[in-house]
Design a protein around this ligand. Structure first.
Ligand code: ADP
Length: 433
């Protein structure tokens, strides 16, 4: 059980009570003597309590001088106050340092509350985003009014950042990254990626220009090669094989240039293009017919199953490139007499195109990198089949444009399955006469 009073205080009280009782006995009024003693004792404690209260109300005042237990209490409280002040100063120091370092950043940092209003920002936000002191508490979408930003800000997930031309600085490009924290507060960091953007643009322009410039000489070379091959009987026999090889390499280079041009077109196209209804069933039927030209001489069977009327909202020529790359790959990487199955169907999760083959398959180590440009699981085989290593990069780009994903499953020696998953929102029913 807890004691009511500390030991010295108790001893003093007992001693005082006994002493006052003894004195009271001597004068014949022990009860009165004890009562007076207790009253004096109470008055002393009330006075000390009074001093404690005034000291607590005025923390700047001197620590009161006292004796015994009260002195311990005053000193104890004084110590607690000093410790608290020290840790408060420490914390304030840390907050100040964090604030200073965020202020020194070149990136704009802003804190946005759960209502979407601007709470705090660093000096870089002032320069990059033009935020002024009077903007505190304003909705951030009133301050950055670009439709792309408003769409990005209002979405529930911020897994990927947003790249935009800088709203107030012509010629500059920003990347916006938002992270949620606490309840629904948001931390937004804005990077100036102008240099990176310009470098990327230079790379894209370079590839596009080189591919374009290569086209004309290549057309001339291929034209002459074709003419020579048509008149093979006029050519000396020792030139037959070199001629064949030159034709093969010219075709390869032509494929490469075409794929590079297509890729750079895909990269440079603005996102605002309007999707059109695409009759995917008709598209697949045509691609299958084209693939048959390669498959039939090798005894391969192509089975196409489609869901009638299932179409997409999208860009037809891009979808044609993506689907024919997958189907051509299936034919290329499947041995003679193999089977290629194409299924186009929909379910509750969206529309799916599956291209399955029972060909050579792919080692699992290669699968995550297959959609990189020029990545080939087996370079020798790819070259032999006229591959450019760009086909799956094109597929990935086209699918990204259509908010679709690519799933690759494969067992070496057994075959591969490439599936394109389109969201339900992309489905378009096509009326056929
Ligand atoms: P390529 O022009 O070399 O075919 P792609 O980008 O279309 O380039 O494909 C990349 C690599 O993925 C190919 O080199 C090949 O190794 C592998 N690959 C693609 N499709 C298949 C398939 N159906 N079966 C086996 N391997 C495949």
């Amino acid at each position: 059980m807890r004691r009511l009073l500390p030991a010295p205080e108790r001893r003093q009280l007992l001693l005082g009570a006994m002493l006052s009782l003894s004195v009271g006995w001597l004068i014949g009024h022990p009860g009165w003597a004890l009562a007076i003693y207790l009253l004096l004792h109470l008055i002393r404690h009330l006075r000390e309590l009074d001093r404690l209260q005034s000291w607590l109300n005025d923390p700047a005042s001197e620590i009161p001088e006292s004796r015994g237990t009260w002195d311990d209490i005053f000193r104890g409280i004084y110590q607690l106050r000093r410790d608290e002040e020290r840790s408060r100063n420490n914390l304030l120091g840390i907050i100040e340092r964090a604030r200073e370092s965020v202020s020194a950043l070149e990136e704009a940092v802003t804190l946005i509350d759960s209502q979407g209003n601007l709470e705090w920002w660093n000096p870089a936000a002032q320069t990059l985003l033009g935020i002024r002191p009077e903007d505190q508490g304003q909705p951030i979408i009133n301050l950055i009014r670009s439709p792309g930003f408003i769409r990005y800000f209002n979405q529930a997930q911020y897994e990927e950042g947003l790249r935009l031309p800088a709203p107030r600085h012509p010629g500059r490009h920003f990347q916006f990254e938002i992270t949620r924290f606490g309840g629904n507060d948001r931390l937004m960091i804005v990077y100036d990626i102008t240099r990176l953007h310009n470098l990327e643009q230079m790379r894209k322009d370079f590839v596009a220009n080189v591919s374009h410039e290569l086209r004309t000489p290549l057309t001339v070379l291929s034209g002459y090669l074709e003419t020579l091959s048509d008149q093979v009987e006029d050519v000396a026999p020792r030139w037959t094989r070199p001629l064949q090889q030159m034709t093969q390499q010219a075709t390869r280079m032509n494929n490469l240039v075409n794929d590079l041009l297509l890729l750079s077109r895909l990269e440079n196209q603005p996102d605002e293009r309007q999707p059109q209804p695409v009759d995917v069933v008709r598209l697949l039927t045509h691609i299958r017919q084209d693939a048959e030209v390669m498959a039939q001489p090798r005894g391969q069977v192509i089975v196409l199953t489609t869901e009638p009327g299932l179409g997409l909202m999208g860009m037809e020529s891009e979808l044609r490139s993506a689907f024919s790359n997958l189907i051509t790959n299936a034919v290329k990487y499947t041995q003679d007499k193999g089977q290629i199955t194409i299924v186009w169907h929909s379910d509750a999760t969206g529309a799916h195109l599956t291209v399955r083959d029972n060909g050579i398959g792919i080692d699992p180590v290669h699968i995550p990198r297959l959609t990189e440009r020029f990545y080939r699981a087996d370079a020798a085989r790819s070259t032999a089949t006229g591959g450019t290593g760009l086909g799956l990069a094109i597929v990935k780009h086209v699918l990204m444009q259509h908010k679709a994903t690519l799933e690759i499953r494969s067992v070496p020696g057994k075959g591969s399955t490439f599936t394109c998953h389109f969201p339900t929102s992309a489905i378009q029913r096509i009326e056929n006469d």
